[in-house]
Design a protein around this ligand. Structure first.
Ligand SMILES: O=C(O)C(=O)C[C@]1(C(=O)O)C=C[C@@H](O)C=C1
Length: 364
């Protein structure tokens, strides 16, 4: 057989598999639409993070390769996104503008079939969901280098929305400009967190340039697109949106740079079997009160993954404690611990139980 014939034959086999895949995808979509008919019709019931987590966990456990896990996740993200869109089109509010890392995280989680609504502030993300203009909202909550996003913690306390899911995204920063030439860069624009995450690289490579804080990495890219002597620290997506080219790629000081985002909504997420619970509580000013509160968590053998304190904003020097626990609020030990914690607190609010994130590839 000639090489040409063999190539034809291989491509014919690929075509036959693609036909089967297409047929199967449509059968899957028809089943999802039928599943949708069992839901009450309330738009916030269609997205089921616990079920999605189970699907990904099973597929990644059983993936024999050679397709890498990351690609399996991306492919099924889009399949589920398209199926969900046939059941109920969803609108997702995110901390904008377009091409921010929150936008990238939102698309990684909800896929291309959802509709996205850029919101100018974290408070606006919450308010779009509260007022029903969006079904869900996505906001950053914590960065592995820069720490928590206080504004998101405060919005969680002040509104009635729950955390439905979390998204973890690896963050990679690029220095991008109109020319891509280092010698043209006299000013660098970016969000203060992004500048802080690239501080050592900037000191070493551009010690004399002016660093200008901007409200978002995407807005920084827009400004750099109008100024030939400036560059932005931003994602590849933001750079491309404003026709910038890389001066230098991957300039973050720590390669292990992750941001955690939360999905907020009006529904409670069911157990997936591998969940987290976020809770906030306030305690009296008494000796050992925090110690005794945390003792409850350890008594029920629950792993605490995070603790943060925030001013209560009611009385000076009084604090609220934000704690993340492993487990779901419906797990027996978590439910018992939360009940006891509530009894011993001045105030307690469960912010949500949700599936632990599956770590994503780098958000570029
Ligand atoms: O199982 C469901 O509840 C579905 O709606 C189906 C499906 C899917 O495509 O597998 C779609 C969206 C949900 O978020 C979870 C799963």
């Amino acid at each position: 057989m000639t090489n040409g014939n063999r190539l034809e034959e291989l491509r014919d086999s690929i075509d036959a598999i693609d036909d089967k895949l297409l047929e199967l995808l449509n059968s899957r979509a028809e089943l999802a639409v039928q599943v949708g008919k069992y839901k009450s019709g309330n738009p916030s019931e269609f997205y089921v993070p616990s079920r999605e987590k189970q699907i990904y966990t099973r597929l990644l456990r059983e993936n024999p390769g050679p397709i890498p896990d990351e690609a399996v996740r991306a492919i099924f993200r889009e399949i589920i996104s398209a199926c969900l869109n046939l059941e109920q089109p969803l609108t997702i509010a995110f901390l904008g503008p377009e091409a921010t890392f929150t936008h990238i995280a939102s698309m990684e989680h909800f896929g291309q079939s959802a509709r996205y609504l850029a919101s100018p502030s974290i408070r606006d993300v919450f308010s779009e969901v509260d007022r029903g203009r969006a079904h869900y909202g996505v906001a950053p909550i914590e960065n592995s280098t820069e720490g928590v996003v206080n504004y998101t913690l405060d919005c969680l306390v002040e509104t009635d929305l729950s955390i439905c899911a979390e998204i973890e995204l690896g963050i990679t920063h690029h220095l991008m400009s109109t020319s891509g030439k280092m010698e043209n860069v006299k000013r660098v624009y970016s969000h203060p967190h992004a500048i802080a995450q690239c501080r050592q690289w900037l000191e070493l490579n551009l010690p004399d340039v002016e660093l200008v804080d901007i409200t978002s990495t995407a807005r920084a890219a827009e400004i750099a697109s109008d100024n030939d002597d400036a560059a932005a620290i931003c994602s590849e997506l933001a750079g491309k949106l404003y026709s910038l080219v890389p001066v230098m790629r991957k300039i973050e000081d720590k390669t292990n740079n992750f941001t955690r985002f939360i999905v907020v909504g009006k529904t409670r997420t069911k157990r997936s079997g591998n969940d987290k619970t976020s809770v906030v509580f306030g305690l009296s000013h008494a000796v050992g009160s925090l110690y005794h509160a945390l003792e409850i968590i350890s008594k029920f053998r629950i792993n605490m993954t995070k603790i943060e304190s925030r001013p209560s904003k009611i009385k000076a020097w009084e604090y609220l404690f934000h704690v993340d626990l492993e487990g779901h609020r419906e797990d027996e030990n978590v439910a018992a611990a939360l009940k006891m914690l509530e009894e011993r607190s001045l105030f307690m609010k469960i912010l949500g139980s949700y599936p632990k994130s599956i770590q994503s590839a780098k958000g570029e």
